[in-house]
Design a protein around this ligand. Structure first.
Ligand SMILES: [Cu+2]
Length: 163
């Protein structure tokens, strides 16, 4: 093998290394963005999971069966407790018809528009405190009645079905 040949090989190797460097440089920003997206989505999901797990009242749409855990009865009255924090939970509730009913909206360090609570059908508009319990009289509902509450923007909602 001559000196010229060795030089040729070395130069080819050098070029190859240079090309690899270029690939790394051009790929990096894309990879960085991807990593950031993964981290963001990951922490968002973790937040969602921990916030719905600590609700006590029950998780959101998926974890919800009939929302019956939100309904209690005491002295011939029905009490429905809904947590308002980053939405309403449970979101669907089945309650009893023909019994005086009080809806208790519970806030706990709630800072979003879920505090601007409305029940359009009943003309109810209540601003919930950041933390506390707000009682709303729903009267006695007939079987088949459905009472729906929303935030002022209609972004979050909760539905109570009476039967
Ligand atoms: Cu809203």
């Amino acid at each position: 093998m001559g000196v010229g040949e060795i030089k040729k090989i070395l130069m080819a190797k050098q070029r190859e290394i240079e090309r690899q460097k270029e690939v790394i440089v051009t790929v990096s920003p894309g990879v960085l963005v991807l990593v950031l997206i993964v981290i963001t989505v990951g922490s968002f999901l973790t937040y969602r999971i921990t916030s719905s797990a600590s609700n006590g009242v029950g998780a959101g749409a998926q974890g919800d069966k009939s929302g019956s855990e939100a309904v209690t009865e005491k002295d011939g009255k029905q009490i429905i407790t809904v947590l308002a924090r980053g939405g309403y939970s449970p979101r669907t509730i089945t309650a009893k018809a023909g019994i005086p009913t009080t809806l208790v909206m519970k806030t706990e360090n709630s800072y979003g528009c879920e505090r601007a609570f409305r029940i359009p059908k009943m003309g109810i508009a209540q601003t919930l405190p950041e933390t506390g319990l707000t009682e709303i009289d729903l009267g006695t509902q007939a079987a088949g009645a459905r009472v729906s509450g929303t935030c002022s923007m209609g972004m979050y909602s909760v539905s109570i079905n009476f039967n």
